[in-house]
Design a protein around this ligand. Sequence first.
Ligand SMILES: Cc1ncc(COP(=O)(O)O)c(C=O)c1O
Length: 432
Amino acid sequence: MSAHTLSRRKLLQQSLLLSGALASGRALANNWPALSQPDLPATALANNEAYWESVSTFYKKATGTVNLEHGYWGKMSLPVEQSYIDLTKMVNQQLSYYARKDWYADAKAAVKAVANSLAVSADEIALTRNATEAMHNLLFQYKGIKPGDSLLWADIDYPAFQRTMSALAEQRGATGIEIALPAQASKQQLIDLYKAKIRTTPNLKLMLLTHASNQHGLILPVAEIAAYAKQHGVDVICDCAQSWGLIDFTLPALNVDWAVFNLHKWIGSPVGVGALYMRKGTLDKVAPYPGESDPDNTLVHKRVHMATSNFAAFLTVPDAIRFHEQVGPAAKMARLKYLRERWVTPARTMAHIEVLGATDDASASGMGAFRLAGQTRREQVNQLQQRLESEFGVFTVGRHDLASGSCIRVTPQIFTTLQEIDKLVDALGKLA
Ligand SMILES: Cc1ncc(COP(=O)(O)O)c(C=O)c1O
């Protein structure tokens, strides 16, 4: 992959590093050959093997066991990895001299890249170390909860966030309520279920919506549910930790006031980068981080205290987003959904397999889940995960927080091959 590193950039970098001259992240901006994308709509690119083969040359894949567990965190492409290495070296050489002088402007460039990609304004975004940090800040600094209020979440939400919501309700004398969604659902079913719950929950104040569930990849119709919640005076926090980059969307289309993101999953940044979105005009409901001050309620970054963080990881963000956008967010979503369909379609014909999650295209993502019919217990699913790995060479993960029971989550990446998916299908057939 030496072609991915332009010699001009290398020369600049080396001369800056050798001379000890101050180098900002911007000065080290990486360049790599453009991906040659056929001039086709995203849906037509989904099964264009030549394109995805060319994309996969930008990644160094492990050999051996087939990894279908890409929901934990994402792989950096080689150009992004190279940026991260260069930026790490730069920060480690320049130390505080860099951080005191150039870091602030470089961090602003990272915020701007995030905001541009999500189609919002830079003063609505703050960087965080992960989605959890952004979620904690929103939840614990939210001023609206009184004793007797209700807080709502669902079984498909990120388990740690469900527990945090529950703890928050207890702390504030509020009632925590969980909505149990069906194991399989369509967009309209989800809208109907949430609307009924919003209508019938007394004193509902705050709810969590997970755009893409980490259990089975189900996509929630966030815009429709959030609009209904707003009509009923309910505040919504949207967890986009798993959705950004897995599916193609911009924030205005989600119609939420507050959302949390990860860049270290599907955007392919180094580990340690998340983001917080707060729509302009909504900051008064969420206090600044304890000890910070924002009298006019206009400064999103005052909701977070970043402390000393991985500078290089944040500096790599513009390159990570640039690479993600070159691959094409819509094409990426279409390819990942195509890869899910490739195992889900045959799996649905197997009486011994239960496929979970989306029953329609609108609720589907590239992430999916299944279990052996009727085997919903944690131990049964953990055993199945072991079998898939040791007997069939396919690595997945058990997820255990759906109301309907445990399941195996299957998550391909854009460099996953058709043969790798077929290996899973073959294994599924033999599990009978
Ligand atoms: C839906 C969802 N929300 C939140 C998180 C938490 O992400 P992080 O650990 O990076 O904060 C995850 C991580 O897997 C997730 O899938």
